[in-house]
Design a protein around this ligand. Sequence first.
Ligand code: CA2
Length: 143
Amino acid sequence: MKILCLSGPNLNMLGLREPGIYGASSLEDIHQSLQDQAAADGMSVDCRQSNHEGELVTWIQQARGNFDAIILNAGAYTHTSIALRDAISAAELPTIEVHLSNIHARETFRHTSMIASVCAGQIAGFGSHSYRLALEACKDLKA
Ligand code: CA2
């Protein structure tokens, strides 16, 4: 099973600022842990990050036929991006929405996800472990 893991804007700053909200792990740490877990489960995961909405849209478009599922932390674009929502819908690949923080326990503007209704499900609030839980969810999608 081939998984595409995408992280959106500012997530390249993980571990450098705001550890109280997002934890101490860097995105590289999270990617390494995910790749180790995937390898142990006979899966592969291609991890990418972009600060650009259009680049994330392009990667989602290109995923069709090349990956079996997408793990997506769209960062702040979660709350604003109809373009990402449309791309996920068109890709027709199971997509797991991931957040490090519990977006529903934070500011009101983070309670709305533009992408939730086109995703297979949402995992939020477990720090870096949210990504690993999403990989677990991908395994179940295959079954
Ligand atoms: O909890 C999450 O994973 C979020 O997707 C993170 C986004 C936020 O806009 C979403 O509402 C929830 C922000 C990521 C910013 O990450 C930073 C990390 C370190 C320093 C500054 C920003």
